[in-house]
Design a protein around this ligand. Structure first.
Ligand code: C5P
Length: 205
């Protein structure tokens, strides 16, 4: 069974995917982490994320970079969003994701283009959303809890900029697959959102 989970940043798709993987005993891949690793490698190289040649050069990052805590930073998320615009970067990362999706055990993958590009044959596709304001508030609380000095308006502006770049790019933009189930987590607790996701998957299998 392949479960594809797409959606914008801070929508809850990561938490939901992880819970689905645990519930169904499937391996899970957070594909955003691959783009974040490229963004981080760009920063380490002192390269320009908007230059496709320099961004492609950063695609050969060491696997150990995937464990770097700096991958979670907002700055790295912004760089990830910028490198992900280049078709050559997406092509360089696609095989790893397609192979993961097609392993015999099945898989849960979350990202932006899983249901549309990486695994259009997925058994279940979820598109997880929430308003930009709610997502900014979640990110704000999460960062505050980590002890970071944060400003809500700045986070909201960053989220809007990232949404705009992700949805408007020509190559594999963020959009629900035609056969995706929309799951708005805006008014749901994490527990309730996970239960809804499980119910949607159960209804398909
Ligand atoms: O999901 P996450 O916020 O970690 O992703 C970081 C960035 O990587 C996204 O803003 C998006 O631009 C890019 N991305 C992508 N395709 C994916 C996963 C992430 O373009 N499948």
């Amino acid at each position: 069974m392949i479960i594809a989970v797409d959606g914008p940043t801070a929508s809850g798709k990561g938490t939901i995917s992880k819970a689905l993987a645990k519930h169904y005993g499937l391996p899970w891949l957070d594909t955003g982490l691959l783009y974040r690793a490229v963004g981080r490698q760009v920063a380490l190289n002192g390269a320009n994320a908007d230059n496709s040649v320099e961004a492609v050069a950063a695609c050969t990052f060491p696997d150990s970079l995937l464990d770097d805590p700096a991958l979670r930073d907002e700055a790295t998320g912004g760089l990830a969003s910028r490198v992900s615009v280049h078709p050559e970067v997406r092509a360089a990362l696609n095989k790893r994701q397609v192979d993961f999706a097609n392993q015999p055990a099945g898989a849960v993958l979350d990202g932006r283009d899983i249901g549309t590009v990486i695994a259009p044959q997925a058994d279940v596709k979820l598109f997880v959303t929430a308003s930009a304001e709610i997502r900014a508030e979640r990110r704000f609380k999460e960062m505050q809890a980590r002890g970071a000095t944060v400003d809500y308006e700045t986070i909201l502006a960053d989220i809007r900029a990232r949404d705009k770049r992700d949805t408007e790019r020509a190559n594999a933009p963020l959009k629900p697959a035609e056969d995706a189930h929309l799951l708005d987590t805006g008014n749901l607790t994490i527990g309730a959102a996970v239960q809804r996701a499980i119910a949607l998957v159960d209804a398909k299998i």
